[in-house]
Design a binder for this molecule. Structure first.
Ligand SMILES: Nc1ncnc2c1ncn2[C@@H]1O[C@H](COP(=O)(O)OP(=O)(O)O)[C@@H](O)[C@H]1O
Ligand SMILES: [Mg+2]
Length: 232
């Protein structure tokens, strides 16, 4: 049985833009899938559905074979999403409070949440940022904090939206190292083909709101040239 499955999803934004047009997608237990496609192909919209931020207008999402229907809570609990813009995710006055927020929001006592947050910052090698205000960090640091804020809740599935976008090589290597060390089911939307080939065994290519190819990441993402036919 698939861990997470999107069946024939369709979604249009209020201005009439059709972002998903009958998109189907399956994530198996332990899968690490790269989601690749041109700008505007629907990657972020799909992730927002999988993470329970958007309700499908057509089609359905199933978690372990069970349709979640309107119960987006089940998806929110199972899928931790790292947004493309860390600024959309970070909002507390300090990094430690920000990272602990996912736990305090689940009614975990603040001191326990803070101690879990500091353990998580430690594991990611960013304990020194704990007292800094998130909005003053560099974009690489913000990205690591955003990842910590998701890992702290230990979600079953992690969805990452362009986790290496706008990072310098060192920060990118840091993110790769962290993601490579995670034993989790993951879906990563990215233009970073090298990262996709390194971290993911499978790739799914989207174009105009539909899946147009899927298979082995090393084969499908071998080079940019072969992706041109998908508008990439
Ligand atoms: N808030 C929005 N309002 C209207 N259209 C949007 C909005 N966000 C995204 N879109 C449109 O939906 C389509 C899919 O966008 P998106 O899922 O962000 O693609 P990707 O992440 O692959 O770049 C694009 O045509 C985009 O312009
Ligand atoms: Mg996007």
């Amino acid at each position: 049985m698939a861990l997470l499955e999107a069946k024939d999803l369709s979604y249009g934004y209020p201005d009439g833009t059709l972002a998903l047009r009958g998109l189907s997608f399956t994530l198996g237990e332990g899968d690490k899938i790269a989601l690749v496609g041109a700008n505007g192909s629907g990657k972020s919209t799909l992730l927002l559905h999988l993470a329970g931020c958007f309700a499908p207008q057509g089609g359905e999402i199933c978690l372990r074979g069970k349709s979640v229907g309107k119960d987006l809570r089940a998806l929110k609990d199972a899928v931790g999403m790292v947004f493309q813009e860390p600024d959309d995710q970070l909002f507390m006055p300090s990094v430690a409070l920000d990272v602990s927020f996912g736990l305090t929001a689940r009614k975990i006592k603040p001191e326990i949440a803070l101690s879990a947050a500091s353990g998580c910052l430690e594991r990611l090698g960013i304990a020194h940022l704990a007292d800094r205000p998130p909005h003053r960090l560099s974009s690489g640091e913000k990205r690591l904090v955003a990842i910590a804020g998701i890992l702290v809740t230990d979600p079953e599935i992690i969805a990452l939206d362009e986790p290496t976008a706008a990072l310098d090589p060192r920060a990118r290597r840091e993110v790769l190292k962290i993601l490579g060390g995670l034993d989790k089911s993951m879906i990563i939307a990215t233009h970073d083909l090298e990262m996709a080939r390194t971290l993911c065994r499978k790739a799914v290519i989207v174009q105009s709101g539909r899946v147009v190819a899927e298979g082995s990441a090393s084969e499908l993402l071998a080079d940019e040239k072969s992706l041109e036919r998908y508008g990439f």
